[in-house]
Design a protein around this ligand. Structure first.
Ligand SMILES: [Zn+2]
Length: 335
């Protein structure tokens, strides 16, 4: 004879309340290290201080507690070689990239730059592992989507998200993944890396007239006209998100670029800070609703006022905390 229905019901109720208690007590973990900074010279268009400023602002306001910040180790060479060529990695590490390659990268080579690139990749690998355990994880860096297997470009040295996906797949933790790339520039490196790989869905929503001049082919590319505003952007995003989930990803990487902002020097779109926060909330809420783990990474942001870029990146973490119910009070419980 089987258990009678009321007993089953009781077991199920107990199980559900345990699960609820578990999830409501989840405290989002984020990757960060002060060594995400490297000296690239005063006045460089890339705001390399933003990583530290985002961390500081989130700690100061109490969105994050120090216990939630996990320092990454640099990605292992064997992990990086799952995506990048041995020739590129060797020359990158030894400082023997050609002047043309360095010009294309747009950042001056230094040991600290190489170190920060490996650390940022390690941070994204960690964020992905946090997400698999807790449903949400984040890296306060990363999203360097213009890096190709054999070269860097557009301020992107290593393709951290591609490395993280390959590591998770190699370790048997996931088979299928998806990338939601909302940086204003097309994720051309990422699209190329996964072009012939149907296990990874690449979705890029970007400015049609923006860099890169020659676009690669993502699984799904959505090109936006100059001066696209909040309402239109959110409408287009909502319209295309279901295609990402139809791929049945076990893990999503979200690039919450700050550069679709109207005040961005390299943006060309016209979104407000409020609209970008709504974008983050829309993507993250959909991941939660569909039960797909999500790791957030930063990608670009070049506002005339760096404080705006920092605010937009902070909003991604604030949205993640509120959507996944990782509240300040649960963070305080860690103390
Ligand atoms: Zn960008």
């Amino acid at each position: 004879m089987t258990d009678n229905p009321p007993l089953n019901h009781l077991k199920l109720t107990a199980h559900c309340s345990l699960l609820t208690a578990y999830y409501s007590s989840i405290i989002m973990r984020v990757s960060y290290t002060s060594r995400y900074y490297a000296d690239i010279g005063e006045g460089h268009v890339f705001p390399i201080r933003k990583f530290e400023l985002v961390r500081d602002r989130l700690l100061r306001e109490g969105t994050l507690r120090p216990q939630q910040i996990v320092e990454p180790l640099p990605a292992l060479i064997t992990d990086v070689l799952l995506v990048h060529t041995e020739d590129y990695v060797t020359r990158l590490r030894s400082g023997t990239l050609s002047p043309r390659e360095i010009r294309r990268l747009g950042l001056p080579w230094s040991k600290a730059l190489v170190r920060r690139s490996f650390l940022a990749a390690g941070g994204t690998i960690n964020a992905a592992r946090f997400a698999l355990e807790d449903r949400i994880g984040s890296n306060l860096a990363g999203g360097t989507h213009h890096a190709f297997p054999d070269r860097g470009e557009g301020f992107c040295v290593l393709n951290d998200v591609a490395i993280a996906i390959r590591v998770l797949q190699r370790d048997g933790l996931i088979r299928r993944a998806a990338i939601i790339d909302c940086d204003v520039h097309q994720g051309n490196g990422t699209a190329t890396i996964f072009e012939d790989d149907e296990s990874v869905f690449t979705f890029s929503m970007h400015g049609a007239k923006n860099y890169p001049l020659f676009k690669a082919r993502s699984t799904l590319d959505v090109e936006l006209p100059d001066e696209t505003t909040d309402d239109r952007y959110l409408e287009i995003l909502q319209e295309h998100l279901p295609q990402v989930f139809n791929h049945s990803p076990e893990m999503i990487f979200y690039l919450g670029g700050a550069d679709p902002y109207h005040g961005d020097k390299l943006g060309r779109l016209a979104l407000t800070i409020k609209g970008l926060r709504e974008r983050d909330r829309t993507v993250l809420a959909e991941c939660k609703r569909r039960g797909v783990a999500v790791a957030t990474v930063m990608s670009g942001g070049y506002a005339a006022n760096i404080s705006d870029t920092v605010e937009i990146h902070c909003n991604t973490i604030r949205a993640a905390c509120s959507v996944f119910n990782s509240s300040q009070s649960s963070a305080a419980a860690l103390k």
